[in-house]
Design a protein around this ligand. Structure first.
Ligand SMILES: C[S@@+](CC[C@H](N)C(=O)[O-])C[C@H]1O[C@@H](n2cnc3c(N)ncnc32)[C@H](O)[C@@H]1O
Length: 320
């Protein structure tokens, strides 16, 4: 977790307030029970750096030829200790990481619809282990910053990034609402799979807007339900086994939220149903997955009796 490149790249820019989340004082006070364990764990990785990358469907960092088979076995053991790997797939120094989600399918649904990322500054909110951030690098952006408060996923990114320290992709262990300054300087902001986890979706959209440059693009991906404008599903307790889902909007409701927050050019660019081909248990995520969250006798419903997960991708701009 060497943030020196990040600090150098944002010092004296509008992004300088983000340095706070990369300072040792901030990192030290993170309270997650596993955090000291992750730090110790990361120190156990053999020192290897590579200049071999492929930011395609399987994000490849290094090649098997970069290391000998003993080092590879040790790295695989250490990476496996960091389960669950929810987002991927990755191949790290020849080690395939078959994550729970085939995140390449989501990226394929939106990559051709979004504004080019070349030369741009990008923020990925709820970036997890950074799979999409690596995919973005294929378009040669100036800088990609990911944020995520879930340290286990950020630690996975730190494990990957140690092999590739020079990439202009950095992940900070923080939540969107911790960024109090109106940064107003990212050309594109991604919020994928986050808004339904927020108790206040409107505040989430306003916070996304404050990060964007005038005319910048929000890429919003979310669960949705069928229903009239104004309707949102508010799960009684859980939705598809998740206890942290608060509002699942209809498409009209989502459009109205965006309009009321001042976004323009609202376009739905993808609509899909999540399948057990896309989200499933693997060696790298051996716990319950989508199959366990769907009604065994009617896969159009979750085990709680709600509509099964469907997702949309929406693009919208801030006013120029
Ligand atoms: C369902 S996952 C989606 C991950 C990824 N963006 C994707 O689309 O596959 C939601 C992610 O958002 C993160 N998250 C939840 N609340 C957040 C917040 N307030 N700010 C930033 N990230 C948040 C979670 O830790 C988790 O990694």
């Amino acid at each position: 977790m060497d943030y020196s490149e990040f600090k150098a790249s944002v010092a004296n820019t509008h992004l300088a307030p983000l340095i706070y989340f990369a300072e040792e004082d901030y990192l030290q006070q993170l309270k997650h029970g596993d955090f000291p364990r992750w730090r110790k764990h990361l120190k156990e990785f053999p020192e290897v750096t590579t200049a071999n990358f492929d930011f395609g469907e399987v994000v490849k960092i290094g090649k098997a030829e970069d290391i000998d088979s003993h080092v590879q076995a040790e790295i695989k053991r250490l990476l496996l200790e960091m389960i669950p790997w929810r987002k991927g797939p990755f191949e790290v120094l020849g080690i395939p990481i078959d994550s729970e989600w085939k995140s390449n399918l989501k990226w394929a649904r939106l990559a051709k619809k979004i504004t080019s990322l070349t030369g741009k500054k990008i923020l990925d909110i709820g970036c997890g282990n950074g799979y999409y951030g690596f995919r973005m690098l294929a378009q040669e952006p100036e800088l990609v910053v990911g944020i995520d408060p879930h340290l286990a996923y950020v630690a996975q990114f730190w494990a990957l990034k140690q092999f590739a320290t020079k990439l202009p992709l950095h992940i900070l262990p923080c939540a969107l609402e911790q960024i109090s300054d109106p940064l107003e300087c990212f050309d594109s902001v991604f919020s994928m799979g986050v808004i339904y986890h927020r108790r206040s979706p409107i505040d989430h959209l306003l916070q996304c807007k404050k990060c964007l440059t005038p005319g910048g693009e929000l890429v919003l991906e979310t669960l949705y339900v069928d229903g009239p404008t104004g309707y949102s599903l508010i799960p009684e307790k859980r939705y598809a086994r998740m206890s942290n889902v608060w509002f699942v909007p209809s498409i009209g409701t989502l459009e109205q939220w965006l309009t009321r927050c001042g976004f323009k050019n609202i376009q739905i660019v993808d609509d899909s149903t999540t399948t057990i081909n896309e989200q499933r248990k693997t060696e790298w995520m051996p716990f319950a997955s989508l199959e366990d969250a769907l009604d065994k006798s009617d896969s159009s419903k979750t085990i709680e009796g709600s509509p099964a997960p469907k997702r949309i991708v929406v693009l919208a701009n801030t006013p120029s």
